[in-house]
Write a protein that binds this ligand. Structure first.
Ligand SMILES: [Zn+2]
Ligand SMILES: [Zn+2]
Length: 324
């Protein structure tokens, strides 16, 4: 099979992914072989390819937003997320918090992912796809979409509430239609005129720059930028008893802020870490129901380096998706 393999991480400009002909992997018991129909391209892939996330194997096939068809089935389609597996035995798994598992396995990092014609995945981590979702449109939902959805859960968003989104990238723009479907009042604070325009076109009720605050305090806020200043901005927009959920793997720092005015009053700050299978299933069902259709730019598998380079240069309209 054709695959884009990473042997030595390097700057994407040097085209570190090698397009190779590799044997089709054989599924072990409890695994399923998928013919890849589409695979989303994510910023985490860029971090893996450039070595910001340290290599765990001599060779890895990246890609953790796989839409695939089970080989030998009658067209059963599955989605695969960043979560390739958990141990099922640690205290977090036993509490039903598999996103916090002590020994998680990650698609396209710990194990081979979807930048290939075929991929082997754990059957119990292959999420059946609703019929209403197309292959290309589903791929970006499997990372940015699901984690955005989890953020709404972590922020305890209830129907009809006021929700502030701080930053408006891949994840936030998929969360907004969900909030609209829930009848929420959505305000978006973001740098970048094009992001503000997109937020407006998707039906945000209020849009401002990262320095502006929603006119009325929000019940819930989600921050999408790797910046502690943004967390403080979100806190300063929050009503008493509200929650700020931080959807970022790293933050530059948490700046000093005033406890009395910003956190007292039972305001909460929570981080968002990975996703559960239930998040993925529930989100995909909802996405199908509300007709969520992310904008995609298609690249051929052979163009995996170009897709990542374009992502790095912010030169992609919508989400990049590889098609073998
Ligand atoms: Zn991702
Ligand atoms: Zn576990």
């Amino acid at each position: 099979m054709k695959a884009a393999a990473l042997i030595r991480p390097a700057s994407i400009a040097s085209r570190p992914l090698e397009i190779r002909d590799l044997p089709i992997p054989t599924p072990a018991p409890g695994q399923v072989l998928l013919r890849v129909l589409a695979c989303g391209v994510c910023r985490t892939d860029l971090h893996i390819v450039e070595g910001e996330l340290k290599p765990l194997r001599d060779r890895v096939i990246p890609g953790h937003q796989i839409v695939g068809e089970e080989v030998g089935s009658n067209g059963s389609r599955f989605g695969v997320t960043w979560m390739a597996g958990v141990d099922g035995t640690c205290q977090f798994c036993r509490r039903g918090e598999e996103n916090l598992c002590d020994s998680p396995v990650f698609t396209g990092y710990t194990v081979d992912g979807g930048y290939a014609e075929f991929a082997v995945v754990r059957s119990d981590f292959a999420i059946p796809l609703p019929a209403g979702l197309g292959d290309l449109e589903t791929a970006p939902l499997l990372c940015a979409g699901v984690i955005g959805f989890r953020s709404l859960r972590v922020a305890c968003v209830q129907r009809g509430e006021r929700v502030g989104l701080f930053g408006f990238g891949a994840s936030a723009h998929l969360a907004l239609p969900v909030l609209r479907a829930w009848g929420c009042h959505v305000s978006v604070s973001t740098r970048g005129a094009s992001h503000r325009k997109l937020a407006e076109s998707l039906g945000a009720d209020w849009v401002g720059t990262e320095r502006e605050r929603p006119p009325i305090p929000v019940d819930r806020a989600i921050t999408f930028a790797p910046s502690g200043d943004v967390v403080v901005a979100a806190l300063s927009s929050l009503r008493k008893g509200g929650v700020v959920a931080i959807n970022a793997i790293h933050l530059d720092r948490i700046p000093e802020f005033d406890y009395d005015s910003l956190l007292w009053g039972e305001r909460q700050i929570r981080s968002v870490t990975n996703v559960t299978r239930a998040d993925a299933r529930d989100f995909l069902e909802l996405a199908s129901e509300i007709g969520l259709r992310p904008k995609v730019t298609v690249f051929r598998l052979e163009q995996a380096n170009e897709a990542l380079l374009a992502l790095k240069n912010d030169a992609i309209d919508g989400a990049a998706v590889l098609v073998p």
